[in-house]
Design a protein around this ligand. Structure first.
Ligand SMILES: Nc1ncnc2c1ncn2[C@@H]1O[C@H](COP(=O)(O)OP(=O)(O)OP(=O)(O)O)[C@@H](O)[C@H]1O
Length: 270
């Protein structure tokens, strides 16, 4: 089988955590450049994939969800939190694993960095240390506790970043290109960690096998959501969009390709 589902169907619905993300006429511009067209949608699935060509607006969309980016117009709420009105609450509710996880590390030693996320929220040091040990155990990376972060491999770093986000018990985790630049072994470790998550996750990725099997995948093209539905149908649409694009990956100069793809996706998403 070409695409293997990262989503674990064995996680029963009843232990899944509720998720309610609402975009209401939300748009985003950088200066006078519009990068996301007005978008209204509700997300509640346990696993949501976000795909699209380079520069299509995927990361911008993801950053709106945890308040890293405020909308230019409209609103985004996550479990009732308005992300622009209360970005600190949004950041607590939504853990974000960046494309380059080394950028989210503050302290040089792994365990100290993970514990910092707890002590900075007022947790006593002893409890923070105990929780840090527990999460390192859970990811099978206890041996990394006293290692220096800058010495870690890419895959180890992703797992440490995931541990540092999950230890704070967010309602939702967003992964921005979690398998980017990983070798096969580390890619598998990261995919297994995502599959084993008992929390909702949004996965932004060019790694199509990673999101295959997700019930909900969003396809962005030139700042527009052009397909929204089960992975298989949306991936087919994406392949059509990519085929209609220029060789250098820039957006297509043939709008009919995207238009045709979008029309097909509408049917698929129903
Ligand atoms: N801080 C910023 N200031 C100005 N323009 C930005 C900024 N961040 C992103 N952009 C632009 O917004 C557009 C969408 O970028 P975004 O990072 O959301 O795309 P993406 O789909 O995640 O791309 P990729 O797959 O390459 O990571 C791009 O044209 C990008 O250059």
């Amino acid at each position: 089988m070409l695409y293997k589902a990262a989503f674990d169907p064995l996680v029963p619905d009843r232990i899944r955590i509720a998720l309610d993300i609402r975009f209401s006429a939300c748009s985003l511009s950088y200066g006078d450049r519009r990068v996301l067209e007005p978008l209204t949608l509700t997300l509640s699935e346990h696993r949501i994939g976000v795909i699209g060509l380079n520069g299509s607006g995927k990361s911008s969309f993801a950053r709106l969800i945890n308040g890293l980016q405020a909308p230019t117009s409209g609103t985004v709420t996550v479990n009732g939190i308005d992300t622009a009105a209360d970005p600190a609450a949004a950041a607590r509710a939504v853990g974000f694993i960046f494309q380059a996880p080394q950028n989210q590390v503050i302290l040089p030693v792994v365990a100290d960095d993970i514990a910092l996320g707890l002590t900075s929220r007022g947790m006593p040091k002893a409890e923070a240390q105990a929780r840090t040990e527990a999460i390192l155990d859970r990811f099978g990376i206890a041996a990394l506790a006293r290692r220096r972060v800058h010495e870690l491999s890419g895959g180890e770093l992703h797992l440490v970043a995931l541990a540092s986000v999950l230890v704070t018990e967010p309602d939702l985790v967003i992964f921005d290109e979690p398998t980017n630049q990983l070798d096969l072994k580390n890619r598998r470790r990261v995919i297994a960690a995502i599959a084993g998550l008992d929390k909702p996750a949004i996965v932004v990725s060019h790694d199509l096998p990673l999101i295959a099997g997700f019930k909900r995948v969003l396809l962005f093209h030139e700042g527009r959501l052009i397909a929204d539905g089960p992975a298989e149908a949306v991936i087919r649409t994406y392949e059509a969009v990519a085929a209609g694009s220029d060789d250098d990956g820039a957006a297509s100069t043939k709008p009919e390709a995207a238009q045709a793809a979008a029309t097909r996706a509408e049917g698929a998403a129903c």
